[in-house]
Design a protein around this ligand. Structure first.
Ligand SMILES: [Zn+2]
Length: 124
């Protein structure tokens, strides 16, 4: 502790010790800017990663739908690179039976029954 409410802190960017108010996190404007840019880039990279997966999923569904290949096994769909952990919505108004999965990827709806049969529909 020092005077005027300032305390010894550790900069969350460069880990250097500095004297400052208890709510201060950075030793300098440089470190604040650097750290915030780093956070922004990391968040942006995560968003781009998810976006890339969703676009790939959509591309796979679009290609299948255009070739009228709207029924297949779940394994077949996965082998094309479809990632069923990522989707854009859970469609409403589809009565599901136990063990069934339904997910939306932009304008396509993927339905997987409990025997792992996939059907692809285009949403309105
Ligand atoms: Zn610093």
């Amino acid at each position: 502790m020092s005077d005027e409410g300032n305390i010894i802190k550790e900069c969350i960017n460069c880990k250097k010790k500095f004297c400052g108010r208890s709510d201060k996190k950075y030793c300098s404007d440089y470190c604040r800017t650097f750290y915030n840019n780093h956070l922004y880039r990391a968040r942006r990279a995560e968003i781009l990663k998810v976006q890339k997966i969703l676009l790939k999923n959509h591309e796979i569904l679009k290609r299948l739908y255009l070739h009228k290949r709207v029924k297949m096994s779940e394994n077949e769909l996965l082998s094309l690179g479809f990632n069923e952990n990522y989707f854009t919505a859970l469609p409403q108004g589809f009565p599901l039976k136990r063990g069934e999965i339904i997910m939306q990827c932009f304008d396509f709806i993927v339905h997987i029954d409990k025997k792992h049969n996939v059907s692809i529909h285009k949403s309105e």
